[in-house]
Design a protein around this ligand. Structure first.
Ligand code: HEC
Ligand code: HEC
Length: 430
């Protein structure tokens, strides 16, 4: 036989086997051959593997994003409760490293009222274009500034934070950002003043000259940029699923068998197939990074949350956004913000698709923390109730309990601790 016809026979055999497997698995998913995957399935599995995670893209709006001195300062700030109105709250109060940077609560509560939404992780968020469940910030540094002045979070003011940088972090700050302005005259620079403070703090802010406000704003933005430089290092780590994906790529059935049970493989088959999860939870972070309404009705005391439709205009109007005065980016690089979608029914009640990495360890779930565990999440996807406000992007799955169990078993294979040096998971040594 000529080489070319040998090849044809080989190809024919491959596609016949492929067909056989597809027919079998269509008849009873994964039952007879849990680890047999078609070329298409293998490509999808490979695309979910952490091995395909690209290097972290630079953030042009933060010139110190990859400066290790800034990351060191940000590391200290992340754990420093002096950066709050009453010396009691740090970022790490809610984004707790030993809980995968979440807090285990339905909605965050540090003793001054609950936040409107549930605390998401910060792991891997440096890959995102939008921050918060509604994407109302367009960079990690602009995001970091928001809780510092929120009444139910750090509840301090930007003038106070600038004073604290001068008092506690002058040397590292100046090494990174250059000289601090002289803010020692309390008549020009009230010790606590900011646009979101209490009445007194707001009027103190309003009484400052615009030039002095800007000097404070620059220090404030730099606090965010240092925090972002630290957060950029908190990346997701390897899970058992990623080892399985490697075995699938190598076509190593023995290895696949030792890594995944039949049920887990069936769950994966449903996740990338019949259940359509990869329509939204795709790529190595298991998120498409965009906003969907999946019809969560919320907790009884919750006010209706319109999600992305409000978040989009807030991102556009944020003075610390990519196009603002405090950004280091040349305007043409702010693509996401320049082409932001502000209108459309699909934005109403829509929230950012979260990553599913390590999802088994970050209950409760969803923007409002309304689903207590993975079983409740799967019951929700199975029924796909209608959404209010807006339209749900889901269709009911109508799966059996066995199929839901397989999906859950698969989700648990995504557990994996963040890929960071251990010292970044605790306050810096003094
Ligand atoms: C009181 C608890 C609390 C504190 C303190 C807090 N956060 Fe958060 N964080 C939250 C909640 C709740 C959300 C989600 C809010 C929303 O989407 O509207 C959030 C969202 C985030 C996000 C967005 C993640 C994503 O997927 O988009 C990042 C990043 C983040 N916080 C970092 C920080 C940093 C940095 C600090 C310190 C400056 C901080 N947080 C302080 C509770 C807190
Ligand atoms: C149409 C897009 C879409 C599809 C399809 C989809 N999801 Fe989601 N998923 C989301 C969005 C958006 C959220 C957050 C929704 C919110 O909080 O309002 C979410 C949240 C979750 C969460 C909670 C994560 C957390 O940290 O709170 C889990 C778990 C989850 N999805 C699993 C799945 C599974 C399993 C499937 C397939 C059965 C699936 N998703 C299908 C978009 C989708």
């Amino acid at each position: 036989m000529k080489k070319s016809s040998l090849l044809t026979v080989a190809l024919l055999l491959v596609s016949l086997t492929g067909l056989g497997v597809a027919a079998l698995s269509g008849w009873l998913p994964g039952a007879s051959a849990p680890h047999a995957w078609s070329d298409e399935q293998r490509a999808i599995i490979a695309s979910l593997s952490i091995d395909t995670l690209p290097p972290l893209p630079p953030d042009p709006s933060n010139r110190v994003g990859d400066d290790s001195r800034a990351a060191e300062l940000g590391h200290a700030l992340f754990f420093d409760a002096r950066f709050s109105g009453d010396d009691a709250v740090a970022c790490a109060s809610c984004h707790q490293p030993d809980r995968y940077f979440t807090d285990g609560l339905v909605r965050a509560d540090v003793g001054r009222g609950t936040t409107k939404r549930h605390t998401p992780t910060i792991v891997g968020t440096a890959y995102n274009a939008w921050f918060y469940w509604d994407g109302r910030r367009d960079s990690q540094w602009a995001q970091a500034l928001t809780p510092l002045e929120a009444a139910v979070e750090h509840s301090g003011t930007r003038a106070q934070y600038a004073q604290r940088v001068a008092a506690f972090y002058r040397q590292p700050y100046e090494a990174i950002f250059g000289p601090l302005p002289d803010i020692s005259d309390p008549s020009a620079f009230p010790p606590t003043a900011g646009p979101f403070g209490n009445d007194e703090e707001q009027s103190a802010w309003a009484g400052m000259s615009q030039a002095d406000q800007t000097q404070i704003d620059v220090v404030y933005a730099n606090i965010g940029k240092a925090l972002a430089a630290y957060e950029r290092r908190i990346l997701p780590g390897r899970s058992r699923f990623d080892d399985y994906a490697q075995a699938v790529a190598a076509n190593d059935t023995e290895q696949m068998n030792s890594l995944f049970t039949r049920e887990e493989a069936t769950g994966l088959r449903l996740f990338i197939g019949e259940a359509n999860c990869t329509d939204c939870h795709n790529g190595p972070l298991f998120s498409n990074g965009t906003f969907h309404n999946i019809g969560l009705t919320g907790t009884p005391d919750e006010v209706l949350d319109s999600g992305r439709i409000d978040g989009a205009s807030q991102a556009r109007d944020d003075p610390f956004n990519c196009l603002g005065d405090f950004s280091d980016a040349p305007a043409p690089s702010c693509q996401e913000l320049r082409f932001i979608k502000l209108e459309g029914i699909e934005l109403r009640g829509a929230f950012k698709t979260p990553s599913l990495r390590n999802v088994g360890q970050t209950a409760p779930y969803m923007h409002n923390g309304s689903l207590a565990d993975l079983d409740a999440v799967l019951v929700h996807y199975n029924a796909a109730p209608p959404a209010f406000p807006g339209h749900s992007d889901l269709l009911p799955l109508d799966f059996t309990a066995e199929q839901l169990g397989a999906l859950k078993a698969f989700l648990l294979t995504l557990n994996g601790q963040p890929n960071v040096p251990a010292e970044l998971l605790q306050p810096p040594a003094k």
